[in-house]
Design a protein around this ligand. Structure first.
Ligand code: ZN
Ligand code: ZN
Length: 131
């Protein structure tokens, strides 16, 4: 006996199913998908796209932060990456620590002879050029 079986005529009703039918596969990625919030955007993102589609692994947060900055002009909450920005070409990247940021800058400068600006989370810019 069904007492609440209204004929479904509204396709946008209720919760849309998450992508992929059925239950998520077991043994996939761990259940610790990082999330990022941004007060300015008043939004929260789960970094499953970065993990599943871009396959950037532990760089998901850096990837997201850089994409967010590229598209919105600001960084999400709690993300204070080292930013590297070439002065002479559109190349740029973001890292969560100084060492890979400086390595990127040195490598880029070495190969392209471009000057690269490395900006620390505190906002102190330093210039890396070919040695
Ligand atoms: Zn934002
Ligand atoms: Zn360059």
């Amino acid at each position: 006996m069904t007492d609440d079986d209204t004929p479904g005529s509204d396709p946008d009703d209720g919760d849309p199913p998450r992508d992929g039918p059925g239950s998520p596969p077991e043994g996939g990625r761990p259940d610790t998908t990082p999330t990022v919030t941004c007060a300015r955007c008043d939004n929260t993102w789960v970094l499953d796209y970065e993990l599943d589609e871009l396959r950037v692994g532990n760089r998901a947060l850096e990837r997201f932060a850089l994409d967010h900055r590229r598209h919105t002009g600001h960084l999400p909450d709690g993300v204070t990456p080292w930013l590297v920005d070439c002065k002479q070409c559109p190349d740029e990247d973001a890292f969560l620590s100084a060492e890979p940021a400086r390595r990127w800058a040195r490598t880029h400068a070495r190969h392209t002879r471009h000057e690269v600006q490395v900006v620390s989370p505190e906002g102190d810019p330093e210039l890396v050029d070919r040695e």
